[in-house]
Design a protein around this ligand. Structure first.
Ligand SMILES: [Zn+2]
Length: 137
């Protein structure tokens, strides 16, 4: 199965490497500002709220809600990610939003609802890369 994964993969940067390393352990690690307490995503070395460089990593709950979504019916085929699939923006309980896929539910607009509770669902797509996806909680 891992050999069959043909979709684009992330290229960790110095800022995002801790995120991807934690993902391999199935831990959703994000950052927060020590000074103003704002949690944020994507990874970066300064707080987007107050620009402080006094930031830290922590393990998020892995829970959130579906902020918005789009069902992809046509597009490039990257096995095993083939249309139709759900491109989703999830708002974590800690506040930040992240772009991901919604899995574990039919890609049907009659079934998927904004604000539905979701939980992280890890996909070990290659020996090196694990992607956070979300499924209905
Ligand atoms: Zn801050």
């Amino acid at each position: 199965m891992p050999d069959e994964y043909k979709a684009p993969l992330p290229t960790p940067t110095p800022d995002s490497k801790p995120f991807w390393e934690a993902a391999k352990r199935h831990e959703l690690r994000i950052q927060r500002c020590v000074d103003c307490k704002q949690a944020y995503f994507y990874p970066r070395n300064a707080c987007p709220g107050c620009l402080s460089a006094n930031v830290e990593w922590f393990t998020a709950s892995g829970r959130g809600k579906l902020h918005t979504f789009s069902i992809v019916y046509r597009g490039l085929k990257h096995p095993p990610l083939e249309p139709p699939y759900v491109l989703a923006m999830v708002e974590l309980d800690e506040g930040p939003r992240l772009m991901t896929n919604l899995v574990g539910i039919e890609p049907d607009p009659a079934r998927i609802r904004c604000d539905m509770a979701v939980v992280v669902d890890w996909a070990d797509v290659t020996p090196e890369v694990t992607l956070p996806r979300f499924r209905p909680a």
